[in-house]
Design a protein around this ligand. Structure first.
Ligand SMILES: Nc1ncnc2c1ncn2[C@@H]1O[C@H](COP(=O)(O)OP(=O)(O)OP(=O)(O)O)[C@@H](O)[C@H]1O
Length: 347
C-alpha cells in the first residue's frame, strides 16, 4: 500500500471515523508538531569472514502529525513500526534524518535541556529511577536537577504520593519494588517538574488488573486537572479505549490511521479468533461460520465475527475434528492492523 493510499482520518477503514482534530480541540494550541520527519539508521551486517555490508533502516518514513495542548493521544503499531524511535526524537535523544519536529516550540535534539524541563517520560520496560536509592532520594535528586521550586516540588510530590499510593514506599530502594509499585514510582518521577507533555511508553505492561486500573485513573485525572498533554504508546487496546479519544496507528514508520478511537474499535471488534489444538496435524478446518487464518502443526486459528457467540462454532469443530483444547482471543493492535491491510469493511 502506498503512503498516499493509506486511510486518512475521515476516509479510513473505520468508515465515518472522526477527523484527527476532534471537536473541541479544533484550533487548540499545537504542542507537538511533526512535518515529514524521517529517521534512517545505518547498520552494518557481517556477510562473510571479513566482509561487512552497510544497510539503511528507514525506521521513520515521512511522519507528519500535530497534537494540541491537553490531548491524550494513543500512538500504536506493531513491533518495529517506529514508535520508540519517534518518541526518542520527541525527547531529543535522537536527531531526525529529515523533516521538522517541534515540542512546545522547541526543536528537541537542538535544545535537550530546555526540552527536558518541558517533558516527562515513562518507559514501562525500564526505570529512570536510581536502582539502589530509596524512592524519596531519587525524587530529591530530580528536585535539584530540574531546579523545581521547593513549594511546587512539595505540592507535586504530596499529590503523587496520595493519588499513586506511594506513602509506604518512599523509603524502599527501587530494586525492591514490585513492577506495579516501580511503575507508579516512575510516573511520579516524570511529573515532579510539572511537564507540559508526558510520553508514556507501555506504562501498563506486565501490571495486574488492579495496578493497570490505578495507573489509568491517575493519568485520566492528571489530564483533566492539569491539562497535561499525553502521548501514549501501548499494545493494550483497553489503555487506548479508557484514556484516549484519538489514536494514531503507525507501521513501517508511516501513519496508517489518525482518528477517533471509536473508528479503531469498529475495526477491532470485527473479528475474534478461536485457537484450537487438534490431536494431530490436519488440513485447514473448513466450516461456514469461520475462516481458518493460520495453521501451525496441530494448532489452527479461526477468525469468526465478534458479534456471534463462540459456542456453536466450538460444537461444530468438536463434532467433526479431534479437538483437544481451545481458547478465544480478543483482537489486539496487531489484529486491527492486519484487518486494515486486508481492507475489510468495518463493523
Ligand atoms: N539504533 C538503531 N539502529 C538500527 N536500527 C534501529 C535502531 N533503533 C531502531 N532500529 C530499527 O528501526 C525500526 C523501528 O524500531 P522502533 O524501536 O522504533 O519500533 P517500535 O515501534 O518502537 O517497536 P516495539 O513495539 O517493538 O518497541 C526497527 O526496524 C528497528 O530494528
Amino acid at each position: 500500500m502506498d503512503a498516499t493510499e493509506r486511510p486518512a482520518a475521515d476516509e479510513g477503514p473505520g468508515a465515518g471515523a472522526a477527523p484527527a482534530v476532534l471537536p473541541g480541540q479544533r484550533g487548540g494550541e499545537e504542542v507537538i508538531h511533526l512535518d515529514g520527519v524521517e529517521k534512517v539508521f545505518e547498520v552494518r551486517r557481517r556477510t562473510g569472514l571479513l566482509r561487512r555490508e552497510k544497510r539503511q533502516v528507514r525506521a521513520v518514513d515521512g511522519l507528519s502529525f500535530s497534537v494540541a495542548r491537553g490531548e491524550v493521544v494513543g500512538f500504536v503499531g506493531p513491533n518495529g513500526a517506529g514508535k520508540s524511535t519517534t518518541i526518542k526524537m520527541l525527547t531529543g535523544i535522537l536527531t531526525p534524518s529529515g523533516g521538522t519536529l517541534r515540542v512546545a516550540g522547541v526543536e528537541p535534539a537542538r535544545d535537550r535541556a530546555r526540552t527536558a524541563r518541558r517533558i516527562g517520560v515513562v518507559f514501562g520496560q525500564r526505570t529512570t529511577l536510581w536502582w539502589d536509592l530509596p524512592l524519596l532520594d531519587s525524587y530529591q535528586l530530580i528536585h535539584r536537577m530540574y531546579r523545581v521550586p521547593d513549594s511546587r516540588y512539595r505540592e507535586n510530590l504530596d499529590r503523587c504520593v496520595e493519588l499513586l499510593g506511594l506513602g509506604d514506599l518512599l523509603d524502599v530502594p527501587v530494586r525492591q519494588l514490585s513492577l506495579g509499585q516501580r511503575m507508579r514510582g516512575d510516573i511520579a518521577a516524570a511529573l515532579l517538574h510539572d511537564p507540559e507533555v508526558l510520553y508514556l511508553d507501555e506504562p501498563t505492561i506486565g501490571l495486574d488488573v488492579v495496578s493497570k486500573a490505578n495507573v489509568r485513573r491517575f493519568l485520566a485525572d492528571l489530564n483533566a486537572e492539569r491539562g497535561t498533554t499525553v502521548l501514549l504508546t501501548t499494545h493494550d487496546l483497553t489503555d487506548i479505549e479508557q484514556l484516549c479519544r484519538r489514536v494514531m496507528v503507525i507501521d513501517h514508520g508511516r501513519l496508517m490511521y489518525d482518528g477517533a478511537v471509536a473508528g479503531l474499535h469498529r475495526i477491532a471488534a470485527a473479528e475474534r479468533t478461536l485457537v484450537v489444538d487438534l490431536a494431530t496435524e490436519l488440513p485447514p478446518i473448513a466450516v461456514e461460520s469461520a475462516r481458518t487464518v493460520k495453521v501451525e502443526g496441530p494448532r489452527q486459528w479461526l477468525a469468526f465475527p465478534a458479534g456471534r457467540p463462540a459456542a456453536p462454532l466450538v460444537a461444530e469443530i468438536a463434532a467433526g475434528w479431534p479437538l483437544l483444547d481451545l481458547s478465544v482471543r480478543e483482537p489486539d493492535i496487531e489484529d486491527v492492523i492486519a484487518l486494515m491491510y486486508a481492507g475489510r469493511p468495518a463493523g
